[in-house]
Design a protein around this ligand. Structure first.
Ligand code: NAD
Length: 501
């Protein structure tokens, strides 16, 4: 990455010089909302205005879907040769890479993510996403079945039409890329509605697609509020599929909208309350505790698969808690997210800070023991900071043990037997991810089979790559992102029977 500042002063200077075109992106053009409405993009680290973004309404969604539909109908994207589309994807990824420092800066300013995380996690993973699905374009193939001698039966894979993508704010660019890249790679046209809380990098994603040679109208973007622009997209009769990442509550609503409109497909990546199980025979307690800390405090706990429930065997409970408390502050202490040495920024907004602290109050009231943190960061009153927090003595009936907090708050449960650990882990409406720490290979296999989760990590947490299907069981969703399994979700099969008689 060239021209990347190396220190806080360098990033502050770059932030001051950043110019953002924050319009809607429709038909290859940056445009204002029809009614001229705006959303203030606020920096949660200091409460200051970054810029005004266009605030799209249902009328703007109509414009964007009409643009995508026209592009779909005339085939300006799906009828290009696979190699031509692959070349556009390649140039698109290269442009994103050339703009990586500014895109990372947009993430940090919009939602408080440490700049080092944005540069070393969000940007590289977004690039891999686009390159992976770009490479997959000419690998899609249908089949010819073993049909009778007087017939030929072929099954081909076709795109769906206009895909509406609705994305969250915790990894703004990456979560949008997880939707848009496979949708476009499959040959669809797209309207993206990013989160109103952090959309700047997503706007750039759409602009760069066209700069890379993507035809206008194929990838449109409308910033706006969920209950207005998002709802209009999900109800739109010309949208063939909604691909969503966000909360379970909104996911349920989207299924209703599909039923109320055109039975569009709805793929959901939703919330989580992921358990990490620490057995007494785990190989290295220090490593396990460090990974537990990272699993809950990375991105200030605003991770769908955050390891927010720590299930610790009684034999190692006290050593685990002591080590956790000693190490957490060394690994994660609040700082200016523009400082490359910062590992814990603010949460996304002052409103969300209040929500997270409300959960802490409930934890205390319901009888959990506060072992670490438990407050805002008094040293940074202008920012939406929350101290890294650990509650012990948590049970499944407590709100902090049951509900997704989406902040840097770990809930630690104590268990005595393997069966208890499995029961505790599965006692949740969610089933996104889980991990098991043990040196007993049989126990590891038993756990992998027993855990109700779409992703299970053994002796690690959060590892993986683009080949790994990612998504949840139960109310954590009904689909998989990443991987070729995800690509298949943006296509439908067409069966054609040729009579040879
Ligand atoms: P959210 O559900 O509040 O918002 C997500 C998106 O939906 C936003 O763009 C929002 O504007 C839109 N939206 C809100 N109401 C809507 C409505 N009525 N109709 C249509 N769209 C609407 O979620 P969030 O706060 O942005 O993100 C945090 C949530 O996302 C957490 O629950 C987290 O677990 C989840 N998440 C899941 C994954 C995953 O892969 N499973 C990944 C990241 C985040």
């Amino acid at each position: 990455m060239t021209n990347t500042p190396q220190d806080l002063a360098g990033w502050q200077a770059r932030a001051a010089a950043l110019r953002v075109d924050a319009g809607l992106f429709i038909d290859g053009q940056s445009v204002a909302a029809l009614d001229g409405a705006k959303i203030e993009a606020i920096n949660p680290a200091n409460g200051q205005l970054i810029t005004d973004m266009a605030c799209g309404s249902a009328a703007d969604i109509d414009r964007a879907v009409a643009s995508a539909k026209a592009a779909w109908d005339d085939g300006r994207w799906r009828f290009l040769t696979p190699r031509t589309r692959m070349d556009i994807f390649r140039r698109w990824a290269d442009l994103l890479e050339a703009n990586a420092a500014d895109l990372a800066l947009m993430e940090t300013l919009s939602m408080g993510k440490p700049i080092t995380d944005a540069l070393t996690i969000d940007l590289p993973e977004s690039l891999v996403t686009i390159r992976y699905f770009g490479e997959a374009i000419d690998k899609v193939a249908g089949t010819v079945t073993n049909s009778p001698h007087n017939a030929v039966h072929q099954v081909s894979r076709e795109p769906l039409g206009v895909v509406g993508a609705i994305s969250p704010w915790n990894y703004p660019l990456l979560m949008a890329a997880w939707k848009v890249a496979p949708a476009l790679a499959a040959g669809n046209c797209v309207v993206l509605k990013p989160s109103e809380k952090a959309a700047l990098s997503c706007i750039r994603l759409a602009q760069l697609f066209v700069e890379a040679g993507g035809p206008a109208g194929v990838f449109n973007l409308v910033t706006g509020y969920g209950q207005d622009a998002g709802k209009a997209l999900a109800l739109h009769p010309d949208v063939a599929k909604i691909s969503f990442t966000g909360s379970t509550g909104v996911g349920k609503q989207l299924m209703i909208y599909a039923g109320q409109s055109n039975l569009k497909r709805v793929s959901l990546e939703t919330g989580g309350k992921s358990p990490q199980i620490f057995m007494p025979d785990l190989e290295d307690l220090d490593t396990a505790v460090d990974r537990a800390i990272m699993g809950i405090f990375d991105n200030a706990g605003q991770v769908c698969n955050a390891g927010s429930r720590l299930l610790v065997h009684a034999d190692i409970h006290d050593a685990f808690v002591d080590r956790f408390v000693a190490r957490a502050g060394q690994l994660y202490s609040p700082g200016d997210p523009l400082d490359p040495s910062t590992s814990l920024g603010p949460v996304v907004s002052h409103g969300h800070q209040q929500t997270v602290m409300g959960f802490m109050d409930q934890g205390r009231a319901e009888g959990a023991t506060l072992a670490l943190g438990g407050a805002a960061d008094a040293a940074r009153p202008d920012g939406a900071y929350v101290q890294p927090t650990l509650f012990t003595g948590v049970t499944s009936d407590m709100a902090i043990g049951r509900e997704e907090i989406f902040g840097p708050v770990a809930a630690l449960f104590r268990f005595e037997t393997e069966a208890q650990a499995i029961a505790l882990a599965n006692d949740s409406i969610y089933g996104l991810a889980a991990s098991v720490w043990t040196s007993n290979v049989k126990c590891a296999h038993r756990m992998v089979k027993a855990l109700e989760a779409g992703v299970v990590w053994v002796n690690c947490f959060g590892d993986g790559d683009m080949t790994q299907p990612f998504g949840g069981y139960k109310q954590s969703g009904n689909t998989r992102d990443k991987s070729l399994e995800c690509l298949a979700g943006y296509m439908q099969s067409k069966s054609a029977w040729f009579s040879l008689d």
